[in-house]
Design a protein around this ligand. Structure first.
Ligand SMILES: Nc1ncnc2c1ncn2[C@@H]1O[C@H](COP(=O)(O)OP(=O)(O)OP(=O)(O)O)[C@@H](O)[C@H]1O
Length: 367
């Protein structure tokens, strides 16, 4: 039995004063509150976040508790259950209808750590509770299988609804498919543009992905047929540009970024990740040596009015983890913190973009 004085409407009124800091609307208007239950001296409810990787989770929880104490009853015990339902960027489209967000990971120059960043972002999103997949579309050097210790695995083909479908490899809870699974690493097939496009198409249309919150596409460096095919085949939620701080890398990153901004491509740039931003000995994480220059990624993000999603240091453990087939973010420490922050910021940008796109319609409160 609830406290007779307090009604669900009072709770709703109080929570309608709590703003979602990114989406700049209140939690009730955004339909983020459900399952309000009143008990004796207690209220329980669920906040449905737009991503489990929400960096503002704790702030939102505290704001809810404060609002109820201020507007309803200062001594009421408030139990906030946080859950997430990742918002989708999809507005139709026949390919991959159950994949909510498709994110292109791109770099201008080769070797800047694009695959390393893809692998660790994917793993960090998975650790937050999201359903994640990776397409390794880097035909020039498919490195995702190695980075996940999956180079000896072969995708199986199963019948789904009477159609032969490729089953993605599942490693550490992430679904993945790679050009590397199709061509033996030590005897690479010389891919031609149309073959690569055909393979990419198969990864979308003939692969059984099921439901995913985020599908990350590890693109080849530069801009290529694969980039064009990607944006033609599926609605891409947005692109992440990976660069190192050197001038040459930044110049190429600028070209990569401009590709997505062209009017005929028109894919939002979600942000820049500066990899190898500085060198840090693992045992002395406060010592930072800016061996390739400082603030290159930050300046690029500022110039093109996009977000800086992270500055990832050069740490020996990142390379070792990649070679050992286990993304570095799986072990606690400075590396995990850096990649998790980037993943949270990326998820935040996706949520903001989806909210702006949907132009929040009037909604009913689920109680
Ligand atoms: N922050 C880092 N610290 C230490 N080593 C790193 C870091 N980022 C990447 N590396 C290492 O640098 C090498 C190149 O990284 P990676 O393969 O991810 O680059 P890439 O941009 O995807 O390359 P490609 O151009 O071949 O696609 C790898 O050996 C990787 O382990």
């Amino acid at each position: 039995m609830g406290d007779l004085k307090i009604k669900k409407e009072d709770i709703i009124r109080a929570l309608s004063t709590v703003q979602e800091p990114d989406l700049k609307k209140d939690l009730i208007t955004l339909n983020m509150i459900k399952d309000i239950e009143l008990g004796v001296g207690e209220v329980r409810f669920t906040v449905v976040l737009t991503t489990p990787a929400c960096p503002l989770k704790e702030k939102i929880r505290k704001d809810c508790v404060d609002a109820i104490h201020t507007h309803v009853e200062p001594d009421l015990s408030v139990v906030v259950n946080m859950t997430a339902d990742v918002t989708s960027s999809r507005m139709g489209g026949t390919l991959l209808p159950d994949v909510k967000n498709i994110i292109a990971i791109s770099s201008g120059k080769g070797g800047v750590g694009k695959s390393t960043v893809t692998a660790n972002l994917a793993m960090a999103l998975k650790q937050s509770g999201a359903k994640v997949g990776i397409i390794d579309a880097d035909i020039s050097g498919p490195s995702i299988p190695v980075m996940f210790g999956a180079e000896d695995m072969q995708p199986m083909v199963h019948q789904v609804d009477g159609k032969n479908m490729i089953q993605p490899i599942m490693q550490y809870g992430i679904k993945m498919i790679s050009m590397g699974f199709l061509a033996p690493q030590d005897n690479p097939v010389p891919w031609r543009g149309p073959m690569a496009t055909q393979a990419l198409r198969q990864f979308f249309s003939d692969t059984h992905w099921g439901e995913l919150d985020y599908l990350l596409i590890d693109l080849p460096p530069g801009t290529s047929d694969i980039h064009l095919s990607l944006v033609q085949l599926v609605p891409v939620t947005g692109a992440v540009i990976v660069t190192t701080p050197q001038k040459v890398a930044l110049a190429d990153a600028t070209k990569g970024l401009m590709f997505f901004r062209q009017s005929q491509i028109n894919v939002p740039v979600l942000g820049v990740i500066e990899n190898m931003a500085y060198f840090t000995p693992e045992e002395l994480p406060d010592n930072k040596y800016y061996i390739f220059g400082k603030d290159g990624g930050k300046n690029l993000a500022t110039k093109f009015e996009t977000e800086l999603l992270g500055e990832i240091p050069i740490v020996q453990g990142i390379r070792e983890a990649g070679d050992a087939g286990r993304p570095a973010v799986m072990d606690e420490g400075v590396i995990a913190t850096a990649f998790r922050e980037s993943a949270n910021l990326l998820a935040q940008q996706v949520a903001i973009r989806n909210a702006n796109k949907a132009k929040t319609q009037p909604v009913q409160v689920r109680v």
